[in-house]
Structures are given as structure tokens and as C-alpha cells.
Design a protein around this ligand. Structure first.
Ligand SMILES: Nc1ncnc2c1ncn2[C@@H]1O[C@H](COP(=O)(O)OP(=O)(O)O)[C@@H](O)[C@H]1O
Ligand SMILES: [Mg+2]
Length: 264
């Protein structure tokens, strides 16, 4: 039933492994992500979450195995895949409007198409009225909204997000999480959402991929059997607490062991 509602596989990872010189970052990751699925990825700092995302985006090659998007082996950045980075990745010399328009422009959209389409995405992320501001003139949360609008404007079929709310304050983060859920409901798409926050992983994901170990690999895939649309009420459900505690236990067993080793 779950597989049905996720739709067909849009991302297929088979035995994916990555090394930087002698450092083996991850190995043997095999997993499918459906066309309307949010896969949350969690794991300790340095376990290779960003690296995995860059491999999914085709920015860096795998050393083992294969990643296919829409049935094609990933060999470089491809159309239909957009990324939202933790540190916004905005051009400081471009206005909000021009930052949001950047991806479309790159894809060859005409001036008329841009003038017609971009306002919708600016409104969608709540930045109407700030079109002519520069990044330094708006808050971190607004900058992240801008990065999100830029990614959404190319109407991606796959959205890759790397700790997108990791650099904003706690309240803004919560607001953005629920905004993101609302936007996703309006345009459900394949999403890989990397985070180091357990509550965020459970809130956003249909499944949570827990990466662990050195090199890291798939430790567990937690099915988040909570209905959508999700909202603030989701956080209050007993099931939410159970899932969060479960993931916490999985991750913390390692952290505690590491602490004991340090204390010795
Ligand atoms: N370009 C690179 N060259 C060498 N080592 C890298 C490079 N990128 C990341 N690493 C290393 O790979 C490991 C995983 O990094 P990263 O994917 O950023 O982890 P995470 O996002 O989970 O915190 C880290 O040990 C990091 O130092
Ligand atoms: Mg990272």
C-alpha cells in the first residue's frame, strides 16, 4: 500500500559507495525513492549525508555501484533535479527576483517567461514585496525561502535538500518546516531531505534513512506511518514521539559509546 502511494521509483541507488582517497565515506547504499516520496536522511556529522546528496545531484561521481534518476544513470547534473543548500547559496550581487530567476534563466527561459512565472514562486515562499532586496538586506530565514523559490522555479521532479533549515534560528526553522510541508502538498515531488535533527526527519519524511558507521551504510530505514498533510498537530501525536524516540535510540547508542571511549 505504501509503495503504491509513493508512486514509481524515481531514484534508484544500487550498491552506492564513495571514497575520498583513503577515506571510505559510505558503502553499499541500495534504496529506491518513489515519485511522491520524501526520504529523510539522518546520521551523525561527517557520516556522508552531503556527499550522498552531491552524488545524487551528479556533482561528484560514485566509486562503487550506481545511482539512476528517472531510469538514467547519473553522470552529471541533470535537468529536473534541484538542490537547496544549507548556506543558501544565493548570489549576493543579485536581487531576490534575479536569484529566484537564476535557474530558469540558465535553463534558457525567455525574459517574458521569467516575468510571468517568477512572481508565483516568490509569493509561494512568502517573499512578495521583497523582490528588489539584496540577500544582505533580508533575514536568514528569508534568504532560505529565496533559495527554496529558486529551486522550485525550475519545477524540479527531484528536490534535494541539504539541512535546508540548519542555519536559521529555532522559531524560523519551525515556520519553514511547516511552510515546506504546505508547499510539498501543493506540488508533491520526489524529495531527499538531509537533516541532523531527529524531529525534523520524522516530521518531513515518509521514511527515514539512518546512516551509521565508518564507513557509513544503511543502518535502518524507519517507516513514518503518519498521515499527510502533516502540521503542528503531528508533533503532538503519540506516534510521533514513539518514532522520534526510536530514531534517537538508534543514533544515541553510538554517541554514548563514543563518549565512554573518550572518558577512558
Ligand atoms: N571533497 C572532499 N574531499 C575529501 N574529503 C571530503 C570531501 N567532502 C567531504 N569529505 C569528507 O567526507 C566525510 C563526509 O562528509 P560530509 O558528506 O560533508 O558529511 P555530513 O554531511 O554527513 O556531515 C567527512 O569526513 C568529510 O571530511
Ligand atoms: Mg553535511
Amino acid at each position: 500500500m505504501h509503495t503504491m502511494s509513493r508512486g514509481q521509483a524515481r531514484i534508484v541507488m544500487s550498491g552506492a559507495g564513495k571514497r575520498f582517497g583513503t577515506l571510505e565515506v559510505f558503502r553499499d547504499i541500495s534504496l529506491e525513492v518513489g515519485e511522491r516520496e520524501v526520504l529523510a536522511v539522518i546520521g551523525p556529522s561527517g557520516c556522508g549525508k552531503t556527499t550522498l546528496l552531491r552524488c545524487l545531484d551528479g556533482l561528484i561521481p560514485l566509486d562503487e555501484g550506481e545511482i539512476a534518476v528517472e531510469g538514467e544513470r547519473v553522470e552529471g547534473p541533470r535537468q529536473g533535479v534541484a538542490v537547496v543548500f544549507q548556506h543558501f547559496g544565493l548570489f549576493p550581487w543579485k536581487t531576490v527576483f534575479d536569484n529566484v530567476a537564476y535557474g530558469l534563466k540558465l535553463a534558457g527561459a525567455s525574459r517574458a517567461e521569467i516575468q510571468e512565472q517568477i512572481p508565483e514562486f516568490i509569493r509561494l515562499v512568502g517573499l512578495a514585496g521583497f523582490e528588489h532586496y539584496y540577500p544582505y538586506q533580508i533575514s536568514g530565514g528569508m534568504q532560505q525561502r529565496c533559495g527554496l523559490a529558486r529551486a522550485l522555479a525550475v519545477k524540479p521532479r527531484v528536490l534535494l535538500m541539504d539541512e535546508p533549515f540548519g542555519a536559521v534560528d529555532a522559531q524560523t526553522r519551525e515556520i519553514l518546516q511547516f511552510e515546506m510541508l504546505r508547499i510539498w502538498e501543493m506540488r508533491p515531488t520526489t524529495m531527499v531531505f538531509v537533516t541532523h535533527a531527529i524531529d525534523e526527519a520524522v516530521l518531513m519524511g515518509d521514511r527515514v534513512l539512518v546512516l551509521k558507521g565508518r564507513p557509513s551504510s544503511v543502518h535502518e530505514i524507519v517507516e513514518v506511518d503518519m498521515p499527510r498533510p502533516r502540521d503542528r498537530g503531528t508533533l503532538l501525536q503519540p506516534r510521533f514521539a514513539e518514532l522520534r524516540e526510536h530514531v534517537w535510540g538508534t543514533l544515541m547508542a553510538d554517541a554514548r559509546r563514543a563518549e565512554r571511549e573518550l572518558a577512558r
